[in-house]
Design a protein around this ligand. Structure first.
Ligand code: COA
Length: 130
């Protein structure tokens, strides 16, 4: 995982801005909101690797390094770091861009999420890379 105050030089899987319903009374974004968006971003990457449908089997690691505030532009970068027989581990790095008038970039979260490739009945299947 990289640790910088610059956005990675690749496309994010997902980019989104939290809304008022996503923050607590102090104006910080709920960790659960970040977790759900990271799960969505990781699944996008995993489905590309798996060549089809996946389900989340485990959240192996989740580290919140900086708070996210309302108005931040939040970018989720995913990379498949291990492809097994039926599973794919995706590293998700989350960056927040703050204050459009004087942009600051913070790496706010790092996560490792594992997905399992499944068929239309939801049963695990062997991965065809694609
Ligand atoms: C995901 C699911 C299909 C796996 O079925 P299973 O028969 O229990 O699978 P297994 O125990 O054989 O594990 C399948 C793969 O996941 C991996 N895995 C299982 N638990 C894991 C964990 N805690 N961390 C990392 N990998 C894990 C296994 O190593 C295996 O990988 P491999 O085939 O690449 O070697 C099944 O558990 C399921 O449907 N779970 C619910 C998924 C879901 O609804 N997710 C959304 C949550 S709301």
């Amino acid at each position: 995982m990289t640790d910088s105050n610059h956005l990675p030089d690749r496309d994010p899987a997902l980019r989104v801005t939290p809304l008022p319903a996503d923050v607590n009374i102090h104006g910080d974004v709920f960790g659960g909101w970040i977790m759900s968006q990271a799960d969505i971003a990781g699944a996008i990457v995993a489905e590309r690797s798996a060549g089809g449908r996946v389900v989340t089997v485990a959240v192996n690691e989740f580290v919140f390094k900086h708070p996210v505030a309302i108005g931040d532009l939040v970018s989720f970068y995913g990379e498949a770091v291990r492809v097994g027989t039926t599973s794919i581990a995706v590293e998700v790095e989350v960056y927040a861009q703050r204050r459009p008038e004087d942009v600051e970039v913070y790496k706010v979260t790092e996560a490792l999420i594992t997905y399992v490739a499944v068929d239309q009945e939801g049963k695990k299947r062997k991965i065809r890379s694609g």
